[in-house]
Ligand binder design. Structure first.
Ligand SMILES: Cc1cc2nc3c(=O)[nH]c(=O)nc-3n(C[C@H](O)[C@H](O)[C@H](O)COP(=O)(O)O)c2cc1C
Length: 190
């Protein structure tokens, strides 16, 4: 899914909330990286775990991300978007999901791509985000139960750090361009 064209280009700095939910740190690290790209334009960016967001009002734009477990966003992330659905749907919102497509091989990788609709289809219909991305995170054997390890072994899962930083950076810059409606310090859109 790609970002929609900018409905409203903003002048000057904007306030952005990047809210994240994860268990083992990948989602937070991607949230922080997106924030770093947005700050390159001088925007004021708060990066907070969804449970630490005291007052979600007062931001110009929202980037909300969750790790995916068992083909669903984590409960704290779902609670956050449900509690703030009106605010998010009325504003500029982008969503991202952190899973493990990069850790899978062959047909399983294709299936992981299809998983995206199942994981965020309802959220996209409800919030009408300006974009959604599925990123790969880190997956280590100790993150999983014995049954989980057996299931993932059958899928040919490759453990390790599958984060693709150029992909994350590019999306962060894309959000910045969409918010401001003009090229940033990185130059014209690639
Ligand atoms: C119990 C468990 C279930 C998972 N289920 C899925 C899944 O259904 N689909 C997927 O793409 N990734 C799944 N993953 C992989 C995680 O989403 C991935 O490792 C991600 O990087 C975790 O983010 P975090 O480090 O912020 O917790 C699962 C991981 C765990 C530990």
């Amino acid at each position: 899914m790609t970002s929609a064209p900018a409905p409203s280009a903003r002048r000057g700095a904007v306030r952005v909330l990047v809210a994240h939910a994860g268990v083992h740190g990948s989602t937070q690290s991607i949230a922080e990286r997106l924030a770093a790209r947005l700050r390159e334009r001088g925007d004021e960016v708060d990066v907070l775990a969804v449970d630490a967001v005291a007052d979600p009002a007062g931001y110009d734009a929202y980037v909300v991300g969750s790790a995916v477990h068992d083909m669903a966003w984590l409960p704290p992330a779902l609670r956050f978007v449900r509690a703030n659905a009106g605010l998010l749907a009325d504003g500029d919102v982008w969503l991202f999901t952190v899973g493990m497509p990069g850790a899978l091989r062959g047909p399983w990788r294709t299936l992981a791509g299809r998983e995206e609709g199942r994981v965020v289809g309802d959220l996209v219909a409800q919030l009408r985000p300006r974009g959604h991305r599925l990123f790969s995170g880190v997956i280590d054997p100790e993150h999983l139960t014995r049954a989980g390890r057996a299931a993932f072994r059958a899928m040919g899962l490759r453990y390790g750090d599958h984060r693709n930083w150029p992909e994350v950076d590019a999306w962060g810059r894309e959000i910045g361009r969409a918010l401001h409606g003009r090229p940033g310090p990185d130059g014209p859109p690639e």
